[in-house]
Design a protein around this ligand. Structure first.
Ligand code: PLP
Length: 450
Protein backbone atom coordinates (compact mmCIF):
# COMPACT_ATOMS: atom_id res chain seq x y z
CA UNK A 1 0.00 0.00 0.00
CA UNK A 2 1.17 3.42 -0.97
CA UNK A 3 0.20 5.78 1.89
CA UNK A 4 0.45 9.45 0.97
CA UNK A 5 -2.33 11.68 2.37
CA UNK A 6 -0.85 14.80 0.73
CA UNK A 7 -1.08 13.19 -2.70
CA UNK A 8 -4.65 12.15 -1.89
CA UNK A 9 -5.50 15.73 -0.96
CA UNK A 10 -4.18 16.95 -4.32
CA UNK A 11 -6.25 14.35 -6.19
CA UNK A 12 -9.32 15.43 -4.26
CA UNK A 13 -8.64 19.13 -4.95
CA UNK A 14 -8.20 18.60 -8.71
CA UNK A 15 -11.23 16.36 -8.83
CA UNK A 16 -13.51 18.77 -6.97
CA UNK A 17 -12.33 21.72 -9.04
CA UNK A 18 -12.44 20.20 -12.51
CA UNK A 19 -13.94 16.72 -12.89
CA UNK A 20 -17.62 16.60 -13.79
CA UNK A 21 -18.98 13.28 -12.50
CA UNK A 22 -21.67 10.95 -13.89
CA UNK A 23 -25.26 11.15 -12.56
CA UNK A 24 -24.34 13.54 -9.73
CA UNK A 25 -25.23 16.96 -8.37
CA UNK A 26 -21.64 18.15 -8.55
CA UNK A 27 -21.61 20.18 -5.34
CA UNK A 28 -22.91 17.25 -3.28
CA UNK A 29 -20.30 14.57 -3.90
CA UNK A 30 -16.88 13.78 -2.49
CA UNK A 31 -15.29 10.95 -4.51
CA UNK A 32 -12.65 8.99 -2.59
CA UNK A 33 -9.22 9.36 -4.23
CA UNK A 34 -7.93 5.90 -5.11
CA UNK A 35 -4.21 5.21 -5.08
CA UNK A 36 -4.11 1.67 -6.42
CA UNK A 37 -5.72 -1.74 -6.79
CA UNK A 38 -4.73 -5.38 -7.03
CA UNK A 39 -6.80 -8.53 -7.34
CA UNK A 40 -10.11 -8.04 -5.52
CA UNK A 41 -8.89 -5.04 -3.52
CA UNK A 42 -8.37 -1.31 -3.98
CA UNK A 43 -7.05 1.32 -1.59
CA UNK A 44 -6.97 5.03 -0.94
CA UNK A 45 -4.04 7.33 -0.14
CA UNK A 46 -4.66 7.07 3.61
CA UNK A 47 -4.00 3.34 3.71
CA UNK A 48 -7.63 2.14 3.79
CA UNK A 49 -8.07 -1.08 1.83
CA UNK A 50 -11.44 -2.16 0.43
CA UNK A 51 -12.68 -5.48 -0.87
CA UNK A 52 -14.32 -4.80 -4.26
CA UNK A 53 -17.67 -6.51 -3.72
CA UNK A 54 -19.13 -5.03 -6.92
CA UNK A 55 -16.06 -5.29 -9.21
CA UNK A 56 -16.31 -1.47 -9.60
CA UNK A 57 -19.23 -1.25 -12.08
CA UNK A 58 -19.54 -5.05 -12.28
CA UNK A 59 -16.89 -4.88 -14.97
CA UNK A 60 -13.55 -5.88 -13.44
CA UNK A 61 -14.20 -9.59 -13.90
CA UNK A 62 -10.49 -10.46 -14.04
CA UNK A 63 -9.72 -8.50 -10.88
CA UNK A 64 -7.39 -5.52 -10.74
CA UNK A 65 -3.90 -5.54 -12.22
CA UNK A 66 -4.17 -8.94 -13.89
CA UNK A 67 -0.58 -9.42 -15.10
CA UNK A 68 -1.39 -11.16 -18.41
CA UNK A 69 -3.85 -8.43 -19.43
CA UNK A 70 -1.51 -5.62 -18.39
CA UNK A 71 1.36 -7.22 -20.30
CA UNK A 72 -0.77 -7.73 -23.43
CA UNK A 73 -1.71 -4.03 -23.43
CA UNK A 74 1.94 -2.98 -23.00
CA UNK A 75 3.11 -5.30 -25.75
CA UNK A 76 0.37 -4.11 -28.13
CA UNK A 77 1.29 -0.50 -27.36
CA UNK A 78 4.84 -1.23 -28.49
CA UNK A 79 3.72 -3.03 -31.67
CA UNK A 80 0.72 -1.02 -32.92
CA UNK A 81 -1.25 1.06 -30.42
CA UNK A 82 -3.90 2.17 -32.91
CA UNK A 83 -4.98 1.62 -36.49
CA UNK A 84 -8.14 2.64 -38.35
CA UNK A 85 -11.05 0.19 -38.26
CA UNK A 86 -10.85 0.09 -42.05
CA UNK A 87 -7.76 -2.16 -41.82
CA UNK A 88 -7.35 -5.74 -40.77
CA UNK A 89 -5.56 -6.18 -37.45
CA UNK A 90 -4.34 -9.34 -35.76
CA UNK A 91 -5.76 -8.85 -32.23
CA UNK A 92 -9.02 -7.42 -33.56
CA UNK A 93 -9.54 -10.49 -35.74
CA UNK A 94 -8.42 -12.89 -33.03
CA UNK A 95 -10.76 -11.41 -30.44
CA UNK A 96 -13.69 -11.49 -32.89
CA UNK A 97 -12.95 -15.19 -33.53
CA UNK A 98 -12.62 -16.03 -29.82
CA UNK A 99 -15.96 -14.30 -29.14
CA UNK A 100 -17.73 -15.95 -32.10
CA UNK A 101 -16.45 -19.37 -30.95
CA UNK A 102 -18.03 -18.81 -27.52
CA UNK A 103 -21.31 -17.32 -28.71
CA UNK A 104 -24.26 -19.65 -29.32
CA UNK A 105 -25.71 -20.77 -32.67
CA UNK A 106 -25.13 -18.66 -35.75
CA UNK A 107 -23.72 -15.59 -33.96
CA UNK A 108 -20.50 -15.39 -35.88
CA UNK A 109 -19.54 -11.76 -36.48
CA UNK A 110 -18.60 -8.95 -34.12
CA UNK A 111 -19.02 -5.19 -34.47
CA UNK A 112 -16.76 -3.57 -31.88
CA UNK A 113 -17.74 -0.41 -29.99
CA UNK A 114 -16.20 1.48 -27.08
CA UNK A 115 -18.76 0.59 -24.41
CA UNK A 116 -22.12 -0.96 -23.57
CA UNK A 117 -24.36 1.96 -24.52
CA UNK A 118 -22.82 2.14 -27.98
CA UNK A 119 -23.26 -1.60 -28.37
CA UNK A 120 -26.99 -1.32 -27.65
CA UNK A 121 -27.21 1.81 -29.81
CA UNK A 122 -25.84 -0.15 -32.78
CA UNK A 123 -27.82 -3.32 -32.07
CA UNK A 124 -31.03 -1.27 -32.19
CA UNK A 125 -29.90 0.45 -35.37
CA UNK A 126 -29.18 -2.92 -36.99
CA UNK A 127 -32.61 -4.23 -35.95
CA UNK A 128 -34.40 -1.15 -37.30
CA UNK A 129 -32.55 -1.21 -40.63
CA UNK A 130 -32.99 -4.96 -41.13
CA UNK A 131 -36.70 -5.06 -40.23
CA UNK A 132 -37.69 -1.67 -41.64
CA UNK A 133 -39.63 -1.21 -38.37
CA UNK A 134 -39.12 1.34 -35.64
CA UNK A 135 -40.52 0.33 -32.23
CA UNK A 136 -38.30 -1.35 -29.62
CA UNK A 137 -39.74 -3.12 -26.58
CA UNK A 138 -37.74 -2.97 -23.37
CA UNK A 139 -38.44 -3.87 -19.74
CA UNK A 140 -39.29 -1.84 -16.73
CA UNK A 141 -36.44 -2.46 -14.28
CA UNK A 142 -33.70 -2.41 -16.90
CA UNK A 143 -30.62 -0.40 -17.73
CA UNK A 144 -29.25 -0.20 -21.25
CA UNK A 145 -26.95 2.85 -21.22
CA UNK A 146 -26.89 6.62 -21.05
CA UNK A 147 -26.73 7.62 -24.72
CA UNK A 148 -29.79 9.05 -26.49
CA UNK A 149 -31.33 5.81 -27.68
CA UNK A 150 -30.22 3.69 -24.75
CA UNK A 151 -31.40 5.95 -21.93
CA UNK A 152 -34.72 5.87 -23.78
CA UNK A 153 -34.68 2.06 -23.65
CA UNK A 154 -33.77 2.10 -19.97
CA UNK A 155 -36.54 1.19 -17.56
CA UNK A 156 -35.22 2.71 -14.33
CA UNK A 157 -35.41 6.18 -12.76
CA UNK A 158 -32.14 7.26 -14.33
CA UNK A 159 -34.23 7.82 -17.46
CA UNK A 160 -36.65 10.21 -15.79
CA UNK A 161 -34.34 13.19 -15.51
CA UNK A 162 -32.94 12.59 -18.99
CA UNK A 163 -36.38 12.92 -20.62
CA UNK A 164 -37.27 13.76 -23.32
CA UNK A 165 -35.23 10.95 -24.84
CA UNK A 166 -37.08 10.55 -28.12
CA UNK A 167 -37.02 7.19 -29.82
CA UNK A 168 -39.84 4.78 -30.28
CA UNK A 169 -39.81 2.60 -27.16
CA UNK A 170 -42.58 0.68 -25.40
CA UNK A 171 -41.89 -0.89 -22.02
CA UNK A 172 -43.22 -4.14 -20.57
CA UNK A 173 -42.91 -6.06 -17.30
CA UNK A 174 -40.45 -8.91 -16.97
CA UNK A 175 -40.71 -11.80 -14.53
CA UNK A 176 -39.96 -10.99 -10.87
CA UNK A 177 -41.30 -13.83 -8.72
CA UNK A 178 -40.66 -12.03 -5.39
CA UNK A 179 -42.68 -9.00 -6.50
CA UNK A 180 -44.78 -10.52 -9.25
CA UNK A 181 -46.84 -8.01 -11.24
CA UNK A 182 -49.30 -10.90 -11.72
CA UNK A 183 -49.29 -12.17 -8.12
CA UNK A 184 -48.16 -15.63 -9.19
CA UNK A 185 -47.02 -18.19 -6.63
CA UNK A 186 -44.43 -20.22 -8.54
CA UNK A 187 -41.62 -19.53 -10.98
CA UNK A 188 -43.42 -21.60 -13.63
CA UNK A 189 -46.57 -19.51 -13.27
CA UNK A 190 -44.46 -16.33 -13.32
CA UNK A 191 -42.81 -17.34 -16.61
CA UNK A 192 -46.18 -18.14 -18.17
CA UNK A 193 -47.79 -14.90 -16.96
CA UNK A 194 -44.83 -12.80 -18.12
CA UNK A 195 -44.95 -14.40 -21.56
CA UNK A 196 -48.70 -13.89 -21.87
CA UNK A 197 -48.21 -10.24 -20.90
CA UNK A 198 -45.43 -9.75 -23.46
CA UNK A 199 -47.54 -11.39 -26.16
CA UNK A 200 -50.38 -9.02 -25.34
CA UNK A 201 -48.06 -6.00 -25.55
CA UNK A 202 -46.75 -7.18 -28.93
CA UNK A 203 -50.22 -7.84 -30.32
CA UNK A 204 -51.77 -4.62 -29.08
CA UNK A 205 -48.78 -2.54 -30.11
CA UNK A 206 -48.83 -4.02 -33.62
CA UNK A 207 -46.31 -6.77 -34.38
CA UNK A 208 -45.48 -5.29 -37.76
CA UNK A 209 -44.19 -2.10 -36.13
CA UNK A 210 -41.81 -3.84 -33.71
CA UNK A 211 -38.16 -4.03 -34.72
CA UNK A 212 -36.69 -5.56 -31.58
CA UNK A 213 -37.16 -6.77 -28.02
CA UNK A 214 -34.16 -6.02 -25.82
CA UNK A 215 -33.67 -7.96 -22.58
CA UNK A 216 -30.83 -8.19 -20.07
CA UNK A 217 -30.33 -11.97 -19.83
CA UNK A 218 -30.23 -11.59 -16.04
CA UNK A 219 -31.44 -8.11 -15.08
CA UNK A 220 -28.40 -6.46 -13.50
CA UNK A 221 -28.47 -3.19 -11.61
CA UNK A 222 -32.24 -3.33 -11.32
CA UNK A 223 -32.28 -6.43 -9.18
CA UNK A 224 -30.25 -9.46 -10.34
CA UNK A 225 -33.46 -10.99 -11.64
CA UNK A 226 -32.76 -14.46 -13.00
CA UNK A 227 -35.38 -15.37 -15.63
CA UNK A 228 -37.52 -18.33 -14.59
CA UNK A 229 -37.18 -21.53 -16.66
CA UNK A 230 -38.76 -21.20 -20.11
CA UNK A 231 -39.10 -17.43 -20.14
CA UNK A 232 -36.28 -16.56 -22.53
CA UNK A 233 -37.14 -19.53 -24.77
CA UNK A 234 -40.69 -18.15 -24.91
CA UNK A 235 -39.37 -14.72 -25.88
CA UNK A 236 -37.36 -16.35 -28.67
CA UNK A 237 -40.49 -18.09 -29.99
CA UNK A 238 -42.53 -14.89 -29.90
CA UNK A 239 -39.80 -13.04 -31.80
CA UNK A 240 -39.69 -15.80 -34.42
CA UNK A 241 -43.46 -15.74 -34.80
CA UNK A 242 -43.49 -12.03 -35.61
CA UNK A 243 -40.11 -11.48 -37.28
CA UNK A 244 -38.86 -9.42 -34.32
CA UNK A 245 -35.12 -9.20 -33.59
CA UNK A 246 -34.21 -10.54 -30.12
CA UNK A 247 -31.37 -8.49 -28.59
CA UNK A 248 -29.75 -9.97 -25.47
CA UNK A 249 -28.02 -7.20 -23.50
CA UNK A 250 -25.11 -9.02 -21.84
CA UNK A 251 -23.08 -5.92 -21.05
CA UNK A 252 -23.12 -6.82 -17.35
CA UNK A 253 -23.47 -10.60 -17.44
CA UNK A 254 -21.30 -11.65 -20.39
CA UNK A 255 -17.80 -13.10 -20.08
CA UNK A 256 -18.12 -15.26 -17.04
CA UNK A 257 -20.25 -13.38 -14.53
CA UNK A 258 -22.93 -16.11 -14.64
CA UNK A 259 -20.48 -19.00 -15.00
CA UNK A 260 -20.91 -19.00 -18.79
CA UNK A 261 -19.11 -17.12 -21.54
CA UNK A 262 -22.50 -15.76 -22.52
CA UNK A 263 -25.44 -15.79 -20.13
CA UNK A 264 -27.88 -17.06 -22.76
CA UNK A 265 -25.86 -20.30 -22.86
CA UNK A 266 -27.24 -21.09 -19.39
CA UNK A 267 -30.80 -20.75 -20.68
CA UNK A 268 -30.40 -22.56 -24.00
CA UNK A 269 -31.48 -19.69 -26.25
CA UNK A 270 -29.90 -18.05 -29.27
CA UNK A 271 -30.74 -14.36 -29.70
CA UNK A 272 -30.26 -12.54 -33.00
CA UNK A 273 -27.83 -10.07 -31.42
CA UNK A 274 -25.84 -10.11 -28.17
CA UNK A 275 -24.37 -6.89 -26.83
CA UNK A 276 -21.35 -6.95 -24.54
CA UNK A 277 -18.76 -4.64 -22.90
CA UNK A 278 -17.43 -4.58 -19.30
CA UNK A 279 -16.15 -8.12 -18.62
CA UNK A 280 -14.83 -8.69 -22.15
CA UNK A 281 -11.53 -7.16 -21.01
CA UNK A 282 -12.44 -5.96 -17.51
CA UNK A 283 -12.42 -2.37 -18.71
CA UNK A 284 -8.63 -2.04 -18.68
CA UNK A 285 -9.22 -0.29 -22.03
CA UNK A 286 -12.82 0.64 -22.97
CA UNK A 287 -14.44 -1.96 -25.24
CA UNK A 288 -17.90 -3.17 -26.17
CA UNK A 289 -19.60 -4.73 -29.14
CA UNK A 290 -22.43 -6.55 -30.86
CA UNK A 291 -22.23 -10.25 -31.69
CA UNK A 292 -24.28 -10.68 -34.85
CA UNK A 293 -26.37 -13.65 -35.99
CA UNK A 294 -26.90 -14.65 -39.61
CA UNK A 295 -30.22 -12.87 -40.20
CA UNK A 296 -28.68 -9.47 -39.48
CA UNK A 297 -25.23 -10.32 -40.84
CA UNK A 298 -26.60 -11.46 -44.20
CA UNK A 299 -28.60 -8.26 -44.64
CA UNK A 300 -25.36 -6.30 -44.58
CA UNK A 301 -23.51 -8.60 -47.00
CA UNK A 302 -24.60 -6.38 -49.88
CA UNK A 303 -26.08 -3.33 -48.14
CA UNK A 304 -23.57 -1.02 -46.39
CA UNK A 305 -23.98 -0.80 -42.61
CA UNK A 306 -24.87 2.81 -41.75
CA UNK A 307 -22.58 3.29 -38.76
CA UNK A 308 -18.97 3.37 -37.61
CA UNK A 309 -16.58 4.53 -34.90
CA UNK A 310 -13.03 5.85 -35.06
CA UNK A 311 -12.05 3.37 -32.36
CA UNK A 312 -14.05 0.31 -33.46
CA UNK A 313 -11.84 -2.66 -32.60
CA UNK A 314 -9.14 -0.59 -30.91
CA UNK A 315 -5.97 -2.73 -30.80
CA UNK A 316 -5.16 -1.99 -27.13
CA UNK A 317 -8.69 -2.92 -26.08
CA UNK A 318 -8.74 -6.02 -28.26
CA UNK A 319 -5.33 -7.19 -27.03
CA UNK A 320 -6.69 -6.89 -23.48
CA UNK A 321 -9.75 -8.94 -24.51
CA UNK A 322 -7.69 -11.72 -26.09
CA UNK A 323 -5.47 -11.93 -22.99
CA UNK A 324 -8.47 -11.99 -20.67
CA UNK A 325 -10.28 -14.79 -22.53
CA UNK A 326 -7.09 -16.86 -22.71
CA UNK A 327 -6.37 -16.35 -19.00
CA UNK A 328 -9.93 -17.34 -18.02
CA UNK A 329 -9.64 -20.41 -20.25
CA UNK A 330 -6.24 -21.44 -18.85
CA UNK A 331 -7.34 -20.95 -15.24
CA UNK A 332 -10.75 -22.61 -15.58
CA UNK A 333 -12.41 -19.43 -14.34
CA UNK A 334 -15.81 -20.00 -15.96
CA UNK A 335 -16.34 -23.47 -14.46
CA UNK A 336 -15.14 -22.28 -11.05
CA UNK A 337 -17.55 -19.35 -11.07
CA UNK A 338 -20.47 -21.66 -11.82
CA UNK A 339 -19.48 -24.15 -9.12
CA UNK A 340 -18.56 -21.56 -6.47
CA UNK A 341 -21.84 -19.74 -7.02
CA UNK A 342 -23.76 -22.88 -6.11
CA UNK A 343 -21.41 -24.49 -3.58
CA UNK A 344 -20.24 -21.46 -1.62
CA UNK A 345 -22.16 -18.26 -2.37
CA UNK A 346 -25.71 -19.68 -2.43
CA UNK A 347 -25.40 -21.62 0.86
CA UNK A 348 -23.63 -18.72 2.60
CA UNK A 349 -26.27 -16.21 1.50
CA UNK A 350 -29.02 -18.65 2.46
CA UNK A 351 -27.56 -18.83 5.98
CA UNK A 352 -27.38 -15.03 6.09
CA UNK A 353 -31.02 -14.86 5.02
CA UNK A 354 -31.96 -17.27 7.81
CA UNK A 355 -30.07 -15.11 10.35
CA UNK A 356 -31.68 -11.81 9.41
CA UNK A 357 -35.36 -10.92 9.26
CA UNK A 358 -34.44 -7.93 7.05
CA UNK A 359 -33.44 -10.26 4.21
CA UNK A 360 -36.53 -10.72 2.06
CA UNK A 361 -34.89 -12.79 -0.64
CA UNK A 362 -31.48 -13.81 -1.92
CA UNK A 363 -31.16 -14.69 -5.59
CA UNK A 364 -28.60 -15.03 -8.34
CA UNK A 365 -26.17 -17.38 -10.02
CA UNK A 366 -22.42 -17.59 -10.63
CA UNK A 367 -20.75 -14.50 -9.14
CA UNK A 368 -23.90 -12.38 -9.47
CA UNK A 369 -26.26 -12.14 -6.49
CA UNK A 370 -28.68 -9.78 -4.79
CA UNK A 371 -29.70 -9.56 -1.16
CA UNK A 372 -33.10 -7.85 -1.20
CA UNK A 373 -33.81 -6.10 2.10
CA UNK A 374 -37.24 -5.47 3.57
CA UNK A 375 -38.67 -3.50 6.44
CA UNK A 376 -41.59 -5.89 6.68
CA UNK A 377 -41.06 -9.55 5.72
CA UNK A 378 -44.84 -10.12 5.56
CA UNK A 379 -45.79 -7.29 3.18
CA UNK A 380 -42.33 -7.26 1.54
CA UNK A 381 -42.18 -3.47 1.92
CA UNK A 382 -38.61 -2.52 1.01
CA UNK A 383 -36.09 -1.49 3.66
CA UNK A 384 -36.14 1.83 1.78
CA UNK A 385 -38.72 2.99 -0.78
CA UNK A 386 -38.20 2.53 -4.52
CA UNK A 387 -35.77 5.19 -5.80
CA UNK A 388 -35.21 6.50 -2.25
CA UNK A 389 -32.74 9.31 -1.67
CA UNK A 390 -31.80 11.63 1.20
CA UNK A 391 -33.35 10.80 4.59
CA UNK A 392 -35.58 8.09 3.04
CA UNK A 393 -32.45 6.18 2.09
CA UNK A 394 -30.86 6.44 5.55
CA UNK A 395 -31.16 2.72 6.47
CA UNK A 396 -29.19 1.80 3.34
CA UNK A 397 -26.68 4.63 3.91
CA UNK A 398 -26.03 3.21 7.39
CA UNK A 399 -25.35 -0.23 5.96
CA UNK A 400 -23.05 1.13 3.29
CA UNK A 401 -21.04 3.12 5.83
CA UNK A 402 -20.73 0.08 8.12
CA UNK A 403 -19.49 -2.11 5.23
CA UNK A 404 -16.87 0.43 4.25
CA UNK A 405 -15.73 0.81 7.85
CA UNK A 406 -15.12 -2.95 7.84
CA UNK A 407 -13.17 -2.82 4.56
CA UNK A 408 -15.85 -3.99 2.11
CA UNK A 409 -16.96 -1.62 -0.64
CA UNK A 410 -20.50 -2.69 -1.48
CA UNK A 411 -22.54 -2.32 -4.69
CA UNK A 412 -26.01 -1.25 -3.60
CA UNK A 413 -29.13 -0.18 -5.45
CA UNK A 414 -32.32 0.97 -3.73
CA UNK A 415 -33.07 -1.75 -1.11
CA UNK A 416 -30.49 -4.27 -2.30
CA UNK A 417 -26.88 -5.23 -1.75
CA UNK A 418 -25.38 -6.92 -4.79
CA UNK A 419 -22.63 -9.49 -4.48
CA UNK A 420 -20.59 -9.36 -7.68
CA UNK A 421 -16.87 -9.53 -6.88
CA UNK A 422 -14.11 -10.22 -9.41
CA UNK A 423 -14.33 -13.76 -10.79
CA UNK A 424 -10.79 -14.38 -9.58
CA UNK A 425 -11.72 -13.82 -5.91
CA UNK A 426 -10.59 -16.73 -3.70
CA UNK A 427 -12.96 -18.78 -1.55
CA UNK A 428 -11.41 -17.30 1.60
CA UNK A 429 -11.85 -13.74 0.37
CA UNK A 430 -15.48 -14.47 -0.53
CA UNK A 431 -16.15 -16.03 2.86
CA UNK A 432 -14.59 -13.07 4.70
CA UNK A 433 -16.51 -10.47 2.66
CA UNK A 434 -19.81 -12.27 3.18
CA UNK A 435 -19.08 -12.51 6.92
CA UNK A 436 -18.89 -8.70 6.96
CA UNK A 437 -22.27 -8.50 5.20
CA UNK A 438 -23.67 -10.91 7.79
CA UNK A 439 -22.43 -8.64 10.60
CA UNK A 440 -23.70 -5.34 9.21
CA UNK A 441 -27.17 -6.70 8.44
CA UNK A 442 -27.91 -6.44 12.17
CA UNK A 443 -28.31 -2.73 11.40
CA UNK A 444 -31.00 -3.49 8.82
CA UNK A 445 -32.75 -5.88 11.22
CA UNK A 446 -33.18 -2.99 13.64
CA UNK A 447 -35.55 -1.35 11.13
CA UNK A 448 -37.75 -4.40 10.73
CA UNK A 449 -41.28 -3.99 11.98
CA UNK A 450 -42.85 -7.16 13.31
N1 PLP B 1 -26.37 -2.51 -20.43
C1 PLP B 1 -26.27 -2.99 -19.18
C2 PLP B 1 -27.02 -4.22 -18.81
C3 PLP B 1 -25.46 -2.35 -18.25
O1 PLP B 1 -25.37 -2.82 -17.00
C4 PLP B 1 -24.74 -1.19 -18.65
C5 PLP B 1 -23.87 -0.47 -17.69
O2 PLP B 1 -23.95 -0.67 -16.50
C6 PLP B 1 -24.88 -0.72 -19.96
C7 PLP B 1 -25.69 -1.41 -20.83
C8 PLP B 1 -24.16 0.51 -20.42
O3 PLP B 1 -22.81 0.26 -20.56
P1 PLP B 1 -21.75 1.48 -20.60
O4 PLP B 1 -21.81 2.16 -19.28
O5 PLP B 1 -20.46 0.79 -20.88
O6 PLP B 1 -22.16 2.37 -21.71
Amino acid sequence: NHIDPAAGAQVRADDRAHVFHSWSAQAHIDPVPIAGAQGSWFWDYDGNRYFDLGSQMVNVNAGHGHPAIVEAICEQARILPTISPAFGNDVRGELARLIAERAPGDLDKVFFTNAGAEANEHAVRMARVVTGRSTVLSMYRSYHGASGTTIGLTGDPRRWRAEPTGGDVVRFFGPYPYRSPWATDSVEAEAAAALAHLRMVVELQGPNSIAAIIIETVIGTNGVLVPPPGYLAGVRELCDEYGIIYIADEVMVGFGRLGEWFGVNAFGVTPDLITFAKGVNSGYVPLGGVVIGSRVAQHFDDVPYPGGLTYSGHPLACAAGVASIKAFEADGVIDRVRATGEDLIRPTLSKIAANHPSVGEIRGMGFFWAIELVRNPETREGLVPFNASGPDAAPMAELIAACKAKGVWPFTHFNRIHVAPPLTTSDDELTDALAVIDEVLDLADAHVVS
